[in-house]
Design a protein around this ligand. Structure first.
Ligand code: SF4
Length: 890
């Protein structure tokens, strides 16, 4: 195990050669094209193979959507991945990325052995290690750090990425909660924080769109046709066979594929959606559109604060938010704003709330996101579209028990999460205290750790965060400002990355632990409280490659090594000699006396310590309520394997038969038993039978056809005025304007602020960079996927064709982008009429900087390399579309 792996010098197959190599490894019949005369043999071979194949239900891990899939494997090799016909969320559907999942499994760049760094951070030099060696290395450093930090368990930062977070997060949380750090961070603040927080504050839930029943859809920049192509995206576009949406209006800064599918496309000036929304509320209130019979009744029953809202938009500050006012800001004609408001209002009235002013999932766009999304939530509410069929659904679940262990103590010594604890006065007044913020935590750790490294005195609320653990999370690519994130890692003692590839972040790790690909592991069952609620069960289809292991193994093994020393450190720093009347020996280590059941071994203690009073004091202290050492056993959370938990929980909650079905088919919902017993499904193939008519139609309706839940189950019974339009507690809260540096004051209703809007100086060739998703590339591990690269091999920079002409640029010409803060990237351009002159667009998921990702390495533009560290000043989420750049031909 002493071989040095120089990731930066490893010579990998390049370009198409690597793709061909990957294809050869996969060796799937789907890619095999033999000579014509051999076709009959091929067919026979394939049929035989299918007959002997194993079909295992799994959950797609290629994006956060978690579609149900069936993995076909032969002799332990994945041959194909197909959709699961019984899965409500995906309805026998898989997107291009899901189909390309097979390339993750057989990626020649996969890390399959634990690696320990031997070069500098980012240099890419590692040595191979055994699992024991890797765990011992990590544990030793963790124990040293915790002791030096006097039991402040928050010195450890844990992060889980979006794709694994959806299903496997409870496993990691068992370690995180067992350790007791307050510093946990996921993708919330770089993804959906603004719309989540705005909706949750207004009507208590994140909310989902019931597209199947929507009659009028006003879509503000949610590019579903490219960002995430799933069955509910298809629902959005279905207007045939007398079903589905009557009209879609799409408003965006680009003419996207979603625009092409809409009935009406309205271009908007980037960053001004909040002004549009406020004008539409103004129009609603001033025209009395909220007083029509259905809405008046709805508001009277469920909405609190309507009188205040009326006053605000007629006599208060909101009175100025007229459509004419908004026209000047958004560049959408006032007449269009009036018409859209009327159309929406009429549809909401006629169809009793079956209209939706739709928010995107990824909504970390501009400085004014939070206020924009609040306005959007209010607009939906006053038109009676919340918790109504066809509107926004609150989500209702099934009986469920999470894998997350709940019996860990609340430790005394960990400090509060650092991003919240160190907020300066009048900054980010609504930063989420549970979720925190990636840009803020990164900036805070960098600042505090730098001070600490220099030996400067830290303030009471400050402390060094000395170790980071990332489970399938790649902040160097997903969080704006690559350099700053890299610098943060430089200040740490320990960085551990659990992943399948040596991502950019992995290059900065001390230890890389090779994870399983999703087809190689069983994950905890998970309940989805969607419109058609269900429980999902991912089973292992094939054995892990090389020495890769699942995260359950990693967490448990690490827990085993740290739990006793950690308990001993806590004991040491909570020991109070005055209270107990005795001094501990100088080098006393409780870990030596803890049994595997986490009891103090009295005999052993007595053998070493002759002072009976002290022995008594130690025993007493270790069993006191606030330090019941038995509850410090971290492996208690891992006593049940994931497999045992899944089996037992399903049996307990739903009985033997349901558990059997859930395991066999990868999904459970009330009534699925009848679907399985019907003559529609092939038990071996886990698919609809060949002769089943109208498979597509059936896939869409199978849940409704067989479920035993009542038809309106997904409408949550509500009593009283649970929708709050006015946020009285916001009144008077201050925040610092990132453009002017001045203080601004919040109001109970959302406001538009010119002072938070910065337009590019187009005369000087400046444009605003907006980032967004593409159907083939959404996650930072996609750039190395040869099947996806075959579909799209580069993320060209969209610029307006007139600007291109002015700069003398043609398709694929190279340009240099320089941001206001001097960040530079090289990009190839795609001139098009489909984008505004003041805007440039970059699709996310490209531009890996790790040479270990052979195909993705420096291919395309990395959003993290060009986007500046701009942050929503109210909630602290990233504002990824606030970077202005100049473009120069190179
Ligand atoms: S949307 Fe595509 S990538 Fe995402 S989970 Fe579904 S099939 Fe997989």
């Amino acid at each position: 195990m002493s071989e040095i792996v120089d990731l930066k010098r490893r010579s990998f197959l390049k370009g198409s050669a690597a793709a061909a190599a990957g294809a050869a490894v996969v060796s799937t019949s789907a890619f095999a094209f033999g000579p014509y005369e051999e076709a009959a043999n091929e067919k026979e071979k394939k049929e035989k193979e299918i007959k002997n194949a194993k079909f295992t239900p799994n959950v797609c891990g290629m994006c956060v959507n978690m579609c149900g899939v069936i993995v076909r494997s032969v002799d332990g090799k994945v041959k194909k991945i197909d959709p699961n016909p019984l899965y409500p969320k995906s309805r026998n559907f898989m997107c291009a990325r899901g189909n390309a999942g097979i390339a993750e499994e057989y990626d020649p760049d996969r890390i399959t052995t634990p690696l320990i760094r031997v070069g500098k951070r980012g240099e890419g030099k590692f040595r191979k290690a055994s699992w024991d060696e890797a765990f011992d290395y990590i544990a030793k450093k963790m124990v040293k750090i915790l002791d030096e930090e006097k039991d402040n368990r928050s010195t450890f930062l844990f992060g889980v990425g979006a794709t694994s977070g959806t299903v496997d997060e409870p496993v990691v949380m068992n370690l995180v909660n067992g350790i007791g750090t307050a510093n946990f961070i996921d993708h919330f603040s770089t993804c959906f924080a603004p719309s989540f927080m705005a909706n949750a504050l207004t009507f208590g839930s994140w909310g989902q769109a019931d597209f199947r029943n929507t009659k009028y859809l006003l879509n503000l920049g949610a590019n579903r046709a490219e960002g995430i192509v799933t069955p509910d995206t298809m629902d959005m576009f279905k207007r045939t066979h007398k079903r589905g949406i009557e009209k879609i209006v799409y408003i965006d800064v680009r003419y996207t594929n979603t625009a092409a599918q809409a009935d009406e496309f309205i271009p908007i000036k980037p960053g001004t959606d909040g002004a549009l929304m406020l004008a539409m509320i103004h129009e609603t209130i001033n025209k009395g559109y909220h007083k029509t019979p259905y809405k008046a009744d709805y508001i009277a029953k469920y909405v609190d604060g309507i009188e205040e809202l009326e006053e605000f938009f007629t006599k208060g500050e909101g009175a100025k938010y007229t459509p004419e006012w908004a026209e000047k800001i958004t560049e959408i004609p006032a007449s269009t704003i009036r018409r859209l408001t009327k159309e929406f209002s009429d549809a909401a009235e006629k169809y009793k709330g079956a209209a939706n002013c739709y928010r995107s999932r990824k909504s970390t766009w501009y400085y004014q996101d939070f206020e924009f999304r609040r306005a959007q939530a209010i607009f939906n509410a006053i038109h009676g579209c919340v918790n109504r069929p066809g509107g926004i659904i609150l989500g209702r679940g099934l009986k469920f028990e999470s894998y997350e262990y709940e019996d860990f103590p609340v430790y005394d010594n960990p400090k509060p999460r650092i991003d919240i604890a160190c907020l300066k006065p009048n900054t980010y007044p609504l930063a989420n205290p549970q979720k925190g913020s990636w840009p803020i935590i990164r900036d805070t750790i960098l600042e505090v750790n730098t001070k600490w490294r220099k030996g400067e005195k830290l303030a009471d609320n400050e402390y060094p965060v000395r170790a980071a653990f990332h489970y399938k999370q790649n902040p160097l690519q997903s969080v704006p400002d690559y350099e700053k994130t890299a610098k943060m890692y430089e200040t740490m003692d320990l960085v551990v990355v659990i992943d399948i590839q040596a991502t950019d972040t992995a290059l900065y790790a001390d230890v890389i632990l090779p994870d399983t690909v999703y087809v190689e592991r069983e994950s905890p069952i998970k309940m989805f409280n969607t419109i058609e609620p269900y429980i999902t069960w991912r089973s292992k289809a094939v054995e892990p490659r090389g020495y890769a292991q699942d995260v359950y193994f990693m967490c448990k093994e690490l827990a085993k090594r740290i739990e006793k020393p950690f308990a001993a450190i806590t004991f040491k720093y909570t020991w109070d000699a005055d209270d107990l009347g005795a001094e501990l020996p100088k080098d006393f280590d409780l870990a030596k006396y803890l049994t595997d059941d986490f009891e103090v071994d009295e005999e052993k203690l007595k053998a070493d310590i002759k002072d009976e009073k002290l022995v008594k004091a130690i025993l007493q202290h270790a069993s006191e309520d606030d330090l019941d050492i038995g509850t410090y056993k971290i492996t208690a959370a891992f006593e049940k394997t994931v497999e045992e938990y899944n089996e037992e929980t399903m049996k307990e909650l739903y009985g033997e038969e349901a558990a059997k079905i859930a395991k066999e088919w990868g999904v459970y919902w009330p009534g699925i038993e009848n679907a399985v017993k019907s003559d529609l499904l092939d038990e071996h193939l886990k698919a609809f039978k060949k002769e089943t008519p109208d498979k597509n139609e059936l896939a869409e309706t199978i849940y409704q056809k067989f479920t035993t839940l009542p038809k309106d189950y997904y409408i949550v019974p509500k009593k009283g005025k649970y929708i709050k339009l006015a946020q009285k507690t916001f009144e008077g809260k201050k925040f610092t304007n990132p453009i002017t540096g001045k203080l601004e004051t919040m109001h109970r209703f959302p406001l538009w602020r010119d002072s938070l809007y910065k337009a590019p100086n187009t005369e000087e060739g400046e444009v605003r960079v907006v980032v967004g998703r593409h159907a083939y590339f959404t996650q930072s591990f996609h750039p190395n996927n040869y099947l996806l690269l075959d579909l799209m091999n580069y993320n060209y920079l969209w610029i307006n064709d007139e600007l291109a002409k002015k700069l003398g640029l043609r398709f694929k010409d190279e340009v240099e982008l320089t941001s206001e803060q001097g960040k530079k990237v090289i990009a190839k351009v795609y001139p098009t009429k489909r984008i505004r002159k003041d805007t440039a667009f970059i699709a996310t998921g490209f531009g890996a900087q790790s040479p270990m990702m052979t195909l993705g390495y420096k291919n395309g533009i990395s959003q993290a390399m060009i986007c500046e560290n701009t942050i929503d000043p109210i909630i602290g989420s990233a504002s990824m579309n606030e970077t202005l750049v100049k473009i120069r031909k190179v």
